[in-house]
Design a protein around this ligand. Structure first.
Ligand code: AMP
Length: 173
């Protein structure tokens, strides 16, 4: 099953900057059976984990986190790029494999002690997800795990994140 999904992920060289090989998951999202398999892989891993909230990282994390939250019957918390969220929010800055950026979250989106699963499409250096973890911790959420469809193993992102909770990835490159 993982092989079929891998066949629907393509490498785009030098995007968005020279030297970066971008893992493009849009062919996997465009194939109905493949998309179902991806969501089911996440679901089977977390169905017993009593997750209260899935924190989804903009923007490809939204696409995987939303159907997963529906299946798990839990809520969604949006971790968004600056300037997108309308209400009171907090912010964390981070470095990306190709630049620097920040994430914001609504201050009232997680209650103290809620069990949170962070979802994104891909783990590279781990900077994005570390910012996500810092936001969740500031809101006193209980980070159960961070889960990714893809991990770029040579960038060692999982070692940066392991102190925050379980790091789960399904396709390693
Ligand atoms: P990082 O913070 O370095 O772990 O980068 C992870 C974030 O950047 C995720 O939201 C990914 O979608 C995106 N990203 C980083 N590197 C790549 C890549 N080579 N291909 C696709 N997306 C990437």
């Amino acid at each position: 099953m993982y092989e079929k999904i891998k066949q629907h992920i393509r490498d785009i060289k030098d995007f968005p900057k020279p030297g970066i090989v971008f893992k493009d998951i849009t062919p996997a999202l465009a194939d109905g059976q493949c998309l179902q398999q991806i969501v089911d892989i996440f679901y089977n891993r977390f169905k017993g984990a009593k997750i209260d909230k899935i924190a989804v990282i903009e923007s490809r994390g939204f696409l995987l986190g939303a159907p997963l939250a529906y299946k798990l019957g839990c809520g969604i918390v949006l971790l968004r790029k600056p300037g997108k969220l309308p209400s009171e929010k907090i912010k964390e800055y981070y470095n990306l494999e190709y630049g620097s950026a920040a994430l914001e979250v609504h201050s009232d989106s997680i209650k103290t002690g809620e069990r949170v699963l962070i979802i994104d499409d891909l783990l590279a250096t781990g900077g994005t997800t570390e910012a996500a973890c810092k936001l969740i911790k500031r809101l006193k959420g209980n980070i159960i795990a961070m889960a990714f469809l893809i991990e770029l193993s040579e960038l060692s992102g999982s070692s940066k994140l392991s102190s925050y909770g379980d790091v789960v990835s399904f396709l390693k490159y």
